[in-house]
Write a protein that binds this ligand. Structure first.
Ligand SMILES: Nc1ncnc2c1ncn2[C@@H]1O[C@H](COP(=O)(O)OP(=O)(O)OP(=O)(O)O)[C@@H](O)[C@H]1O
Length: 307
């Protein structure tokens, strides 16, 4: 009997358990699938590491599970293995990567994508040894992720981030970061280092960032205090954060950041990821990301790549 060519790593805790939605998608797709269910945090990384290159690997979960699987694929490459392309079955709370690549979130559309994906090469970002697809943040957004209540997230989904975000604005912590890019040094109270055009799924934070670019866009926000943070928050919702006169945008492949205000948290793709200082760069190990056929990115995977 032939082995399934599609492997799905399923996080039953993502988005408050969407097993029924996953079944609906698989019914539409009509494809034979090897389903691997995670049993604990970090499991998606262990599972992804073992999936071999001839398969197509999808992660049925949110951005946290995708991040774990991405790190599993990089572990495998470091061990000298070829890795499968990675795709998204968006079952999470925010599904920021799915929105970034323009994946339609209806079951039938996801099934079509599973059966017939496009592919692009992505060099993931790496921060302190951990890979990421989308972005790293520090300042009010990392404080928000650090403090958001898991229980509230299960209860009201994305709204939990909005509430905690408002708390970070109206009860701001003093933040002072030193960002070193090449020979330049910058000071900022908030920094977003992004490979993605969108923030939180909906909002544009860079016109030129792209998952397939060989550079990261660095947004530097110098203002501290309620009024500056409220202005940045409002500008974000109007897709104008990167256009604020005091916000700088620098493109680079490598940077370091340290804190001058004590231990400050980092967020990676919306998950808490330890504290500063950090070194951020692009990974030398590219991965193939499965995207909708009409995804408008550079670096499409060609037949020559697969030969
Ligand atoms: N079986 C499990 N039990 C408990 N936690 C798990 C299990 N499997 C994975 N996890 C953890 O669940 C966390 C949240 O998963 P994920 O990010 O995929 O969903 P989400 O938070 O709902 O979505 P999003 O990140 O898109 O908002 C991850 O950090 C992962 O480590």
């Amino acid at each position: 009997m032939s082995q399934p060519e599609v492997t799905i790593i399923f996080n039953p805790r993502a988005g408050g358990n969407k097993q029924r939605f996953l079944s609906e998608i698989l019914q539409h797709a009509g494809v034979k699938v090897e389903l691997l269910q995670t049993t604990h945090p970090g499991h998606a990384r262990e599972l992804a590491r073992k999936v071999r290159a001839h398969k197509r690997l999808f992660v049925a979960g949110g951005d946290g599970s995708l991040n774990e699987a991405l790190n599993g694929l990089l572990d495998a490459q470091i061990d000298g293995h070829e890795v499968p392309p990675l795709g998204i079955v968006p079952l999470g709370t925010a599904n920021v990567l799915a929105v970034e690549v323009g994946l339609n979130l209806r079951a039938k559309a996801i099934a079509d994508y599973i059966n017939n994906p496009g592919m692009v090469w992505v060099r993931p970002g790496v921060v302190n040894g951990r890979a990421f697809f989308l972005m790293v943040g520090m300042g009010a957004d990392a404080d928000t992720v650090d403090n958001v209540s898991l229980r509230l997230k299960r209860l009201i989904g994305k709204g939990a981030y909005v509430l905690e975000g408002l708390r970070s604005i109206f009860f701001p912590r003093h933040r002072d970061f030193e960002v070193c890019i090449g020979r330049e040094n910058y000071r900022a109270s908030g920094v977003i280092v992004t490979h993605a055009k969108h923030y939180g799924g909906a909002f544009v934070i860079s016109d030129d960032a792209s998952l397939t670019s060989n550079q990261l866009d660095v947004l530097l926000m110098p203002g501290n205090g309620i009024w500056a943070l409220a202005r940045y928050g409002l500008a974000l919702t109007l897709n104008r954060l990167h256009k604020q006169s005091d916000v700088s945008l620098v493109r680079t492949e490598r940077l370091t950041i340290k804190s001058h205000c004590g231990p400050a948290p980092l967020q990676i793709d919306g998950e808490n990821a330890g504290k500063l200082p950090c070194e951020i760069s692009l990974s030398p190990y590219p991965v193939r990301l499965m995207v909708p056929q009409d995804y408008d990115g550079l670096n499409k995977v060609t037949d020559a790549d697969l030969a």
